[in-house]
Design a protein around this ligand. Structure first.
Ligand SMILES: Nc1nc2c(ncn2[C@@H]2O[C@H](COP(=O)(O)OP(=O)(O)OP(=O)(O)O)[C@@H](O)[C@H]2O)c(=O)[nH]1
Ligand SMILES: [Mg+2]
Length: 465
């Protein structure tokens, strides 16, 4: 690659030089030997500089591939990085998150009503919905919220730029360049088609904002309604992680001057479509390193989990420049939930990653994310053994559960992928906890990249916690 750039540069410099000579002095078309040597030396010097610049840029590039299940927190990690290392760029796009927050709220309301319908048809005696008065109250609220609910698909379509996924209902998906379509701060393009789309999206956002302002008390009444509390507690109404956060802050969000806070941005749920590349400059030890995060949409993650042979293709599509793809770090995200046994799927995927020769030089970081939810469930006395029989009689504590999961990944690593140049790190994480310099796994990441940018020969076979 560097060599071919250098060659192209040599021929373009040579042709620039010869055409300049020809036009300035048409009578002497031939160059003397000394002059030719001079030109040649100058070109060589340029090539040397170019090659060393490219080499330096490559050395300062840290490519991180994020793989994992849908909703496991990959994009949230990317936002954390942006917040911590490039907060100004996040400020610039803050407004573009407003319609996404609105979308999360409308989707949560739609899900609540869908679950209520299900409960009404199942007619369980002695539950709130067996009372006709309760059914009437909730129906009144639904009618009042209909104008807002009816905007879901329009908003989703604006956010996704008309992209719909075959077989599913309309959703909102983030894909490359989406923010330029909806951010008022970025609306400077003179391109008429683009500005028409921007105007339309802004109008939709304004319409939703006005409808939300009218509906805010009804949303709060629904959210605080005793029967809704009852069904959520009984887990008969299951919502996205973001739902309770946004519905709990509805009064603030419905204000006319609402701007999303950092926590709002971290809590927002927007599915990633395809592969998004994010470039974040990080200053360490007197140098700026270009961290490139490749965020692979989890819809594909699901495919990865079900057909592991797909992994090399995905990885190769993400970047195809060199034999090892140049990834320095591979992060695999898992959402740990003792209520669903995803560990087998996850271990299978991890095993494929470990034995993939394209990733032979990448450090492996397994993040068992949403540890906060795991803790909550264990505190609420959810028994892991009930869902994962092989957990056996181990104590139902966070320490025992995390050791159990960690040991499975270490076992696969030892069998399939252990090598001195490719250490494994397994962390339990919560991506909603703001990065601080002294919090795990951020310390580990820092340590990791100091190691990765250091001399490979010093790296030892290593399993980190
Ligand atoms: N409680 C909790 N919620 C989290 C955590 N990490 C992410 N979330 C939330 O989980 C939801 C999904 O997170 P995303 O980052 O969008 O997930 P993703 O892996 O990028 O999903 P895809 O783009 O579909 O592949 C968001 O609402 C996040 O706010 C965590 O550690 N704890
Ligand atoms: Mg994502």
């Amino acid at each position: 690659m560097a060599a071919s750039v250098a060659l192209q540069r040599r021929s373009s410099l040579a042709s620039q030089r010869s055409s300049r000579r020809f036009s300035s002095d048409a009578s002497s078309m031939f160059v003397s030997t000394e002059e030719a040597t001079l030109i040649n030396d100058r070109i060589d010097e340029e090539i040397r500089k170019e090659a060393s610049r490219l080499k330096d840029a490559k050395r300062r590039e840290i490519k991180v591939l994020l793989l994992g299940q849908a909703e496991s927190g990959k994009s949230t990690l990317q936002k954390q990085f942006q917040l911590f290392y490039a907060s100004k760029s996040l400020d610039a796009e803050r407004h573009s998150w407003i319609p996404v927050v609105y979308f999360n709220i409308i989707k949560a309301l739609r899900m609540i009503f869908a679950e209520l319908d299900h409960e009404i048809t199942s007619q369980t005696p002695n539950e709130p919905l067996s009372s006709s008065a309760v059914r009437h109250e909730l129906n009144d609220l639904r009618i009042k919220l209909l104008p807002l609910l009816s905007l879901e698909n329009t908003l989703a379509s604006e956010l996704s730029g008309g992209v719909a996924i075959a077989g599913g209902r309309t959703g909102a998906y983030v894909r490359l360049g989406w923010q330029s379509l909806i951010s008022s701060t970025l609306a400077t393009s003179s391109d008429t088609k683009k500005s028409r789309v921007e105007n339309r999206t802004r109008e939709t956002t304004l319409l939703v904002a006005r409808t939300l302002a009218v509906a805010v008390d009804d949303i709060e009444a629904l959210w605080m309604h005793e029967s809704i509390r009852f069904y959520i507690q009984k887990r008969k109404i299951r919502l996205d992680d973001s739902a309770s956060y946004f519905l709990g802050h509805i009064q603030k969000i419905a204000e006319p001057e609402y701007t999303p806070s950092n926590d709002d941005i971290l809590n927002v749920r927007l599915q990633t479509l395809g592969i998004m590349e994010h470039s974040i400059p990080i200053y360490t030890g007197g140098k700026t390193y270009d961290w490139k995060l490749y965020d692979v949409g989890g819809a594909r993650g699901q495919v990865l989990a079900s057909t592991p042979s797909y992994v090399p293709k995905i990885v190769a599509n993400a970047y195809t420049e060199s034999d090892t793809l140049g990834y320095r770090i591979l992060m695999m995200f898992l959402e740990e939930d003792p209520k669903t046994n995803r560990i087998d799927d996850s271990l299978q995927l991890f095993s494929t990653i470990c034995s993939n020769p394209l990733l032979k030089d990448a450090h492996l970081v397994v993040l068992l994310n949403k540890a906060d939810i795991l803790r909550e469930k264990l505190d609420a006395k959810t028994k892991v053994r009930k869902y994962i029989t092989s957990f056996g009689d181990r104590p139902n504590t966070f320490e025992a559960v995390s050791d159990y999961f960690r040991s499975h990944f270490i076992q696969v690593y030892r069998r399939k992928g252990a090598s001195p140049g490719r250490p494994l790190y397994v962390h339990f994480s919560s991506m909603l906890v703001r990065i601080r310099h002294n919090t795990t796994p951020w310390i580990k990441l820092k340590y990791l990249y100091i190691k990765t940018i250091g001399h490979k020969s010093n790296a030892k076979h290593h399993i980190g916690r």
